[in-house]
Design a protein around this ligand. Sequence first.
Ligand SMILES: Cc1cc2nc3c(=O)[nH]c(=O)nc-3n(C[C@H](O)[C@H](O)[C@H](O)COP(=O)(O)OP(=O)(O)OC[C@H]3O[C@@H](n4cnc5c(N)ncnc54)[C@H](O)[C@@H]3O)c2cc1C
Length: 159
Amino acid sequence: MSTAAIIGGGNGGITLAKALDEHLDVVLIEPKDAFVHSVAALRGPVDQEWSSRSFFDYATLLTRGRVLRDRAVKADATGVSTAAGTRIDADYIVLATGSTYPYPAKYDLDDSTAVLAKLTTTHQALHETGSPVQDPGSGENSLPRQVPSRTLLTGYSPS
Ligand SMILES: Cc1cc2nc3c(=O)[nH]c(=O)nc-3n(C[C@H](O)[C@H](O)[C@H](O)COP(=O)(O)OP(=O)(O)OC[C@H]3O[C@@H](n4cnc5c(N)ncnc54)[C@H](O)[C@@H]3O)c2cc1C
């Protein structure tokens, strides 16, 4: 059976990996220890309950294929090489490496436990300063509840 190496376990990578799992030998290459649901990212720093629910274990994603926790550093005509020195020979290679945004929109750490610790520090800083946050939903709904002693000014009018 042919092998498909999919680089990146974000929304695109996991969707394709799941779809191909029964047809090809899938190797999903991803340095993070868990899928990150980015949509919840900006609310996380002000409402910690969201943060812990933003991570999903890759362990149950694939039935036949596997998830390799590593970072791809080279892709060529015959396969993919990783930072840890592993070589995946592949018939098909998919680049699904997504995009980058500054923290906390996207996380700059690959370990979800470390991310949660960093988010706790961010949360505490927001508590202490009542700093404005960029996500309208977070500011409108969460910050006043989390920091009731502060006045929050938002740049838009909620409907
Ligand atoms: C704060 C925020 C809120 C959002 N809200 C919404 C929303 O409400 N609705 C909506 O539709 N979209 C939303 N988006 C956009 C949506 O999250 C993205 O469009 C989507 O995640 C893109 O998926 P992707 O798989 O292309 O890339 P990503 O999700 O960026 O995934 C890329 C993956 O590739 C991995 N990777 C990178 N380099 C390598 C490498 N060298 N080797 C191996 N793996 C690598 C990364 O670790 C990452 O896991 C939001 C995004 C953010 C940041």
